[in-house]
Structure formats: structure tokens, C-alpha cells
Write a protein that binds this ligand. Structure first.
Ligand SMILES: Cc1cc2nc3c(=O)[nH]c(=O)nc-3n(C[C@H](O)[C@H](O)[C@H](O)COP(=O)(O)OP(=O)(O)OC[C@H]3O[C@@H](n4cnc5c(N)ncnc54)[C@H](O)[C@@H]3O)c2cc1C
Length: 374
């Protein structure tokens, strides 16, 4: 069991909230199990409590919670936590910031989130209105953010704000803001279609004073941080989703072998078998795109089009696989007790978060010289 320290009281409450009110399947124990497993430590430097593993190894391991854990909201929360603060800090944080926060992120005793999207700007990130104004040794942050994954239970949020509104993409800066910072408040958790065990909320910054030492990276380099974090987010989140697709495939193969209609197993009908084969092709193609992109990224090569393609392929395959599984299970697929409708609701979000399907198309189009990337 985890030995909680006094400092972790708020986290205990948070976990209670996460796995109490919002859990579909579990009480809070799964997060403790995740913490104990060492999963959260995988890609981080050993100096700060990590296991020093590469992106590719991290992805191989992350397939397993996807395959083994039907709580897709928990899986979503794990990757949000790892990439939003951990990856941002590891790559861009000062040594002092890493010393102060990375060990808790690695241990899972401080839950991470990031806040980019605003009520009036999502895909159009440059349209963000949150500002950060220099004031002595601090910046004063004002504005509001929406759709903060892990927000209701987060201890640390990387907030993206405009430090120089006229400077366009070079005018955004990333700040690490601990939950108890005066001027930072969180909205109530919002109800949503799926991923219900991964709570989401808005946050509000009202003249919130954040020390300059809490800047992640450099002033004006927020989009550089975000680009790196989003690359990790897509690769890690969607490799988890290939694990989920593999579990659905296994379930469908088993079900199609056991369920009979017209005197034979339904897997003997070509229409059913083809649907299952499509699920397999979708998951294998997704894995290939994700791992190939990760390898290229690790080698320091440009992956704009590859990443967008990987996200499109994997997001669509996850949705097709969830819908296919419901169909293979027939009426049972529509019942909550089989868990597939919950997975379908979760898969819909994969075409929206980490950049919508349409904006991924824009990115690929831009690499072909067709229009401007959004
Ligand atoms: C489950 C979930 C978790 C999330 N977690 C986080 C989080 O942790 N932190 C965070 O900051 N955000 C988070 N988000 C927000 C997410 O990143 C945004 O919802 C997403 O970027 C889309 O922005 P939007 O909702 O404002 O839609 P809009 O940008 O308003 O888009 C509406 C529609 O218009 C389309 N559209 C917009 N611009 C273009 C264009 N140029 N060309 C073609 N089509 C276009 C979009 O594709 C979409 O179909 C989360 C969202 C979800 C659903």
C-alpha cells in the first residue's frame, strides 16, 4: 500500500473525487495501483525519480493499460498526467522546477494537467485571450481556460498565456501553476459524453501571481513547449488506444466463436469476420504509424505530417473498432453491462482532443503546399 504523507491529504481527496463521484467502474484504488506500478515514472530521468526509459519503450508499456484496463477514462487521465506536466518539465523545466515538482509527478502524488483551450478558442490556439503581464519577479495571469483534463483533481497545471499579444506564435509562454496559487480557481467538473472517470473542468485566473521561476522554457517559447508536449500526447494517448483496440478485437474474436445464429458461430459469416478483420487492420495500422512516427521524432526528424496522419489513422480506427465491436455483439453491444457502449462514447473524443480531425487534415494539406496550417 502507498504510505501517504501529510502533504498528500489533498491528493487523497482528489483521488476520492476522481474515483468516487466520477468513476464508472472503480473506486480510487486503480490510481494507487498505477502509482505503485511505476508506470508514471517511465520516461523521466532517474535523477528525479524516473525510470529513464525512451519514448518508444514508454509506448510499448503503455499499450498494456490500454489492453488490460477497461476504464478508458483512467487511461486518459494517466497520459494527460504524464505528458502535460512531466514531459513539459523534463524537456523544458529549469533544474529548480524539476527538483521541486518532477519527483512528485513521477510518483503520481501530484497530479498534472494542462490548460490551453479557452471558451472562445480551441483549434485556434493563437486566439487565446489569457494574458500574463510581467510584474517584478512575477507574472500576473488573467483569463479563463476550458476543458482542463484532470483539472478537478490536478495539483499542478501548465497554463499557456500570452506574454506579448502582438508577437503572434512567439508571444505565448508556459507557466507551471500549483493548485493553491492565489488567484487560481477551478470550476465544477463538467458532465460529458464519455471518459467519465477522467474529470474535466474550467479554470479561472484572476490576477494570479506566478513567479518568473515557474516559467517552463523561455518567455515567448510556449508554443515550442506545446508542440513537444502534443507530440508526446498523441503518441502516448493513441498507443494506449491501440491497446484498447486489441482488447476489443480479442473480445470480438471470442464472442464471434461462441455466439451462434442460424446454426453456426457468427464468426463463420463473412460479414462478421470481415468486420473483425477490419478492426485488426485498423489497430495494426495505427500501431505502425504511431511507432514509426515516434522513431522519426526520436531521431530528431520533422514529423508534422506523420504525426497528423498517425492521429487521424489511430483516432478513426479507435472509433471504427468501438462501433464495430458494438455491432459484433449485436443487442448485447448496446447494453451497458458489456462495457462497449462506454468505450464507443470514449472513442468519439479521440477525433476532437489533441487537435481535431479537421485541423490534422489542415496540417497535412499545409505540408503539401495547400493552404495554411491551422
Ligand atoms: C475529452 C477532452 C479532453 C480535453 N482535454 C484538454 C486538456 O486537457 N487541455 C486543453 O487545453 N484542452 C483540452 N481539450 C480541448 C480540445 O483540445 C478542444 O476541444 C479541441 O482543440 C477543439 O477545440 P474547440 O472545442 O474549441 O472546437 P473549435 O475549434 O471551435 O472547432 C469546432 C469545429 O470546427 C472545426 N474547425 C475549427 N477550425 C477549423 C479549421 N481551421 N479548418 C477546419 N475545421 C475547423 C473543428 O475541427 C471542429 O469540428 C479536451 C477536449 C476533450 C473533448
Amino acid at each position: 500500500m502507498i504510505a501517504w504523507s501529510k502533504d498528500d491529504e489533498r491528493l487523497k481527496e482528489g483521488i476520492g473525487l476522481w474515483f468516487g463521484k466520477f468513476a464508472e467502474d472503480f473506486p480510487r484504488e486503480p490510481w494507487l495501483a498505477v502509482m505503485e506500478s511505476g508506470l508514471l515514472r517511465l520516461p523521466f530521468d532517474e535523477k528525479w525519480g524516473g525510470l529513464g526509459q525512451s519514448l518508444l519503450t514508454t509506448m510499448y508499456v503503455l499499450e498494456e493499460p490500454g489492453r488490460g484496463c477497461p476504464n478508458t477514462g483512467l487511461n486518459f487521465g494517466i497520459t494527460t498526467h504524464m505528458v502535460s506536466t512531466g514531459v513539459a518539465l523534463q524537456r523544458f523545466g529549469s533544474t529548480a522546477l524539476k527538483d521541486a515538482y518532477l519527483p512528485r509527478v513521477c510518483a503520481g502524488t501530484a497530479i498534472g494537467a494542462h490548460a490551453v483551450t479557452e471558451p472562445d478558442s480551441g483549434s485556434d490556439m493563437l486566439g487565446m485571450r489569457t494574458t500574463a503581464t510581467a510584474d517584478g519577479d512575477c507574472y500576473r495571469l488573467s483569463g479563463s481556460k476550458a476543458f482542463v483534463g484532470n483539472g478537478p483533481v490536478a495539483d499542478l497545471v501548465v497554463v499557456y498565456a500570452k506574454t506579448e499579444p502582438a508577437a503572434g506564435p512567439l508571444g505565448v509562454t508556459a507557466f507551471l501553476v500549483p493548485r493553491d496559487t492565489p488567484g487560481l480557481t477551478f470550476g465544477d467538473p463538467v458532465e460529458k459524453m464519455g471518459l467519465r472517470s477522467s474529470p474535466l473542468c474550467s479554470l479561472f485566473l484572476d490576477d494570479c501571481r506566478v513567479p518568473k521561476t515557474h516559467i517552463v522554457g523561455r518567455v515567448g517559447a510556449g508554443f515550442l513547449v506545446l508542440d513537444h508536449v502534443m507530440t508526446w500526447e498523441i503518441l502516448c494517448r493513441f498507443i494506449v488506444s491501440t491497446g484498447e483496440m486489441r482488447r476489443r478485437l480479442d473480445r470480438c474474436v471470442e464472442y464471434a466463436g461462441q455466439r451462434s445464429a442460424f446454426g453456426r458461430p457468427i464468426g463463420g459469416f463473412q460479414a462478421v469476420a470481415n468486420r473483425i478483420v477490419d478492426m485488426k487492420i485498423g489497430l495494426e495500422t495505427s500501431g505502425k504509424w504511431l511507432y514509426d512516427t515516434a522513431e522519426k521524432f526520436t531521431a530528431g526528424r520533422k514529423v508534422t505530417a506523420d504525426l497528423a496522419t498517425a492521429k487521424l489513422v489511430a483516432g478513426r480506427a479507435a472509433l471504427d473498432s468501438a462501433l464495430g465491436a458494438v455491432q459484433v455483439f449485436g443487442g448485447n453491444g448496446y447494453l451497458a453491462e458489456y462495457g462497449l457502449e462506454q468505450e464507443l462514447r470514449g472513442a468519439v473524443a479521440g477525433t476532437i482532443y489533441s487537435g481535431t480531425t479537421e485541423t490534422q487534415y489542415n496540417r497535412i494539406a499545409a505540408t503539401l503546399g495547400l493552404g495554411r496550417a491551422a
